[in-house]
Design a protein around this ligand. Structure first.
Ligand code: FES
Ligand SMILES: [Fe+2]
Length: 343
């Protein structure tokens, strides 16, 4: 098993990186895809291999509606991948170009991100994950970083409360966090294909959260295949942080980090916030690089409550695959639980 789950929407790229009338080659779960944005603004995803001889379509042209391969000039509709023209056919040739197709993938532009559905037999695409309260809005800050590891290691960082005090030690976040560990008690419940940390009050807030006002409440949801949505609400403002781990291949993962907020006057500070997000994410990337640099990496241990969420994530994945193999519905294997840890 390569750890990459099929049958889900994956955050592929930030919407702003896909311009009208342009295409962008990406790799998702080891598959080469070509993303594009049509002249009308809608997005699409097709296989990056021409069905004729396999020329990557990225080398061809796109006029805002139709893709054309650079090798023999076959043309394909971006909507359904159907071949509409084979220029070298003589006028009386009976070959029907319409029998040849570029494989297409469902793609959507939602809340400032382009999501692509990587299918699995018998799985109908459900709704794209969304952050609450920001319908139709793009993130104020968006960062993508490529991690040199498989998706699991990248995703574990989203719900591993034992590491931040030792890894995220930037001065702007918390001062000397490892010497000030506090006992935490958090309640969790199963939710869909994941789990949720129930809403709780922020006691001693990390610095940026204070901008949202008093009485800051947080709830956090984690869903397969590796999406974490944190919703933070103060008495004046709210914010959401969307983190998504998208496997590029079995050994590389793109971690996307998007921050949405309602604090209007913060707009000029976006470059600083983007720098902070990169700083934060880079610390996690560095952990992955160090681990992958260990040629004798042992099997991981998941110990006690601090590692419970990582265990849950692995159980959810196992159940998803078992349900698919057995042709039955997914049954969330988790139950309500209170976890304790120091962080
Ligand atoms: S390989 Fe694409 S048209 Fe021949
Ligand atoms: Fe982290």
């Amino acid at each position: 098993m390569d750890g990459m789950l099929r049958g889900f929407w994956y955050l592929a790229v930030s919407a702003q990186s896909l311009k009208r009338g342009k295409t962008l080659a990406v790799s998702l779960l080891g598959e080469a895809l070509l993303l594009g944005r049509r002249a009308d603004g809608s997005v699409f995803a097709v296989s990056d291999a021409c069905p004729h001889r396999g020329m990557p379509m990225r080398h061809g042209s796109f006029d805002g509606q139709t893709l054309r391969c650079c090798y023999h000039g076959w043309a394909f509709r971006s909507t359904d991948g159907c071949c509409t023209e084979i220029p070298s056919l003589a006028p009386d040739d009976r070959t029907d170009p319409g029998k040849f197709r570029l494989r297409t993938y469902p793609a959507q532009d939602v809340q400032g991100n382009v999501w692509v559905h990587i299918g699995a037999p018998g799985v109908e695409p459900g709704p794209v994950p969304t952050v609450p309260g920001f319908a139709g809005e793009a993130p104020q800050v968006t960062t993508t970083m490529r991690f040199p590891c498989a998706v699991d290691l990248a995703a574990w960082g989203f719900f591993d409360p034992g590491h931040p005090a030792f890894v995220h030690t930037s001065r702007w976040w918390k001062k000397d966090p490892a010497s000030r560990l506090r006992l935490k008690e958090k309640e969790f419940e199963p939710d869909g294909m994941g789990f949720r940390m129930l809403q709780h009050h922020l006691k001693e807030g990390a610095n940026p959260y204070r901008l949202l006002g008093r009485n800051v409440q947080i709830d956090i949801g984690v869903q397969l295949p590796g999406v974490r949505i944190e919703h933070i609400k103060g008495d004046r403002h709210s914010a959401c942080v969307l983190a998504a781990a998208t496997p590029v291949s079995a050994t590389e993962t793109d971690v996307h980090y998007c921050v949405y907020w309602t604090v209007k006057w913060l707009a000029p500070l976006r470059p600083i916030a983007a720098w902070m997000a990169r700083d934060f994410l880079n610390q996690d990337r560095e952990v992955a690089a160090r681990l992958m640099g260990n040629p004798a990496l042992p099997a991981p241990l998941f110990v006690g409550d601090p590692d419970a969420q990582v265990r849950w994530y692995m159980r959810l994945k196992k159940e998803y695959l078992a349900a698919r193999d057995e042709g039955r519905p997914f049954v969330n294997p988790l139950r309500e639980q209170t976890l304790h840890w120091r962080s």
